[in-house]
Design a protein around this ligand. Structure first.
Ligand code: F6P
Length: 364
């Protein structure tokens, strides 16, 4: 295949941070260096692209960042160049800044972009690609909810951290004969709750994909008591909701159009369960804890493979694509495969079926 004549690429991290971002940046910079390409690090996601806040990344800049959580470039999940929050005469406004991007990249000598992001960022990437910007996407999120890839980097770490936290809550619950409700992130997909719940022996797992019945959950807790199990662990996804009910919102995100902030369903459920069952029920929100810190070995490896493969796509001139993991191997899909879509847990997914077979209750 004819190789592209790309000599300089930009890289940015968009959306919520996630373990493994630095490992991808490192892989891209190192492999670009081997190919004689320059990499420009764009600060704070799409905002840095619009405001031209960037600096060249040398291999020394990515030394010792493989195990570092977060992103050395900074990120933002509020800044969409097509609807950019700006302040005009002291007032909050939105502006479409996207049309300026192709020309400003040309002026800066940046010939292609590698964008690390979730489904929202892939939507922006796809729109920019349609305007002629050469883009390769890399799927990032602890939610694991991107279409087109078997797994995103960051998910494995989030599952591990959540599982360790739940392991600790088991001993608290057992000592006090309590029910502990543990709320985990994941937006409208239950992958994180399901993965962590299974890995840590959760007794009841509640997912957005399977609206639950509070009475059924209370009954399961009672049945367990009758069998001598005095404590129970309920793992609930932040986007889970009772049958016929809606999601629980923390509060709206004022600087981000249409982006709601989930949170609080665990507390609400704990309160209802205590009332219904008469058993002391407490709630814990793991929140951003599962998003921070050192990535697992799996995520470091996956992130490195993704970074190297992204650079291969750049060299081969295969733009408008997102790298992906398919059957344990590197692959890629068109950006539009992931843009604006959410990969949710199928009701009959093998993890759900396996969990049911060992007695996990999904409250349905
Ligand atoms: O998409 C990743 C994620 O952590 C979700 O699981 C969560 O709903 C959201 O981001 C939280 O975003 P923020 O950091 O803006 O509160």
């Amino acid at each position: 295949m004819a190789r592209s004549k790309i000599r300089c690429i930009g890289i940015l991290t968009a959306g919520g941070d996630c373990p493994g971002l630095n490992a991808v940046i490192r892989a891209v910079v190192k492999s670009a260096n081997f190919s004689g390409m320059d990499v420009v690090g764009i600060q704070d996601g799409f905002r840095g692209l619009v405001e031209k806040n960037m600096k060249v990344l040398a291999p020394e800049d990515v030394s010792n960042i493989l195990t570092l959580g977060g992103t050395i470039l900074g990120s933002s999940n509020k800044d969409n160049p097509f609807h950019m929050p700006v302040t005009v005469r002291g007032k909050a406004r939105f502006r479409d800044c996207a049309s300026e991007i192709p020309q400003s990249l040309r002026r800066l000598g940046i010939q292609a972009l590698v964008i690390l992001g979730g489904n929202g960022s892939m939507t922006v990437a796809h729109r920019l690609a349609r305007m002629g910007v050469k883009i390769v996407g890399v799927p990032k999120t602890i939610d694991n909810d991107l279409e087109g890839t078997d797994q995103t980097f960051g998910y494995d770490t989030a599952v591990s951290v959540a599982s360790e936290a739940i392991d600790r809550l088991h001993t608290v619950a057992a000592s006090h004969h309590r029910v502990m409700v543990v709320e985990v992130m994941g937006r409208n997909a239950g992958w994180l709750a399901l993965g962590a719940g299974m890995a840590s022996g959760g007794d009841i797992i509640l997912l957005p994909e399977l609206p639950y019945d509070e009475w059924k959950v209370a009954e399961t807790i009672h049945d367990r008591r009758k069998r001598g199990k005095k404590s129970s662990i309920v793992v609930i996804a932040e986007g889970a909701h009772p049958k016929g009910g809606g999601v629980v919102l923390d509060r709206p995100n004022p600087r981000s159009k249409g982006r709601i902030r989930l949170g609080g369903v665990g507390r609400e459920l704990a309160h209802h369960l205590e009332t219904k069952s008469g058993i002391e029920t407490r709630s814990v929100v793991l929140g951003h804890i599962v998003r921070g810190g050192t990535p697992t070995a799996f995520d470091r490896k996956l992130a490195t493979l993704f970074g190297v493969h992204a650079l291969e796509l750049v060299k081969d001139g295969r733009f408008g694509r997102m790298v992906s993991l398919k059957n344990q191997a590197m692959d890629s899909v068109p950006l539009e495969t992931a843009a604006g879509k959410t990969r949710i847990v199928p009701k009959d997914h093998e993890w759900v079926l396996a969990a049911k077979r060992i007695g996990v209750d999904f409250g349905v």
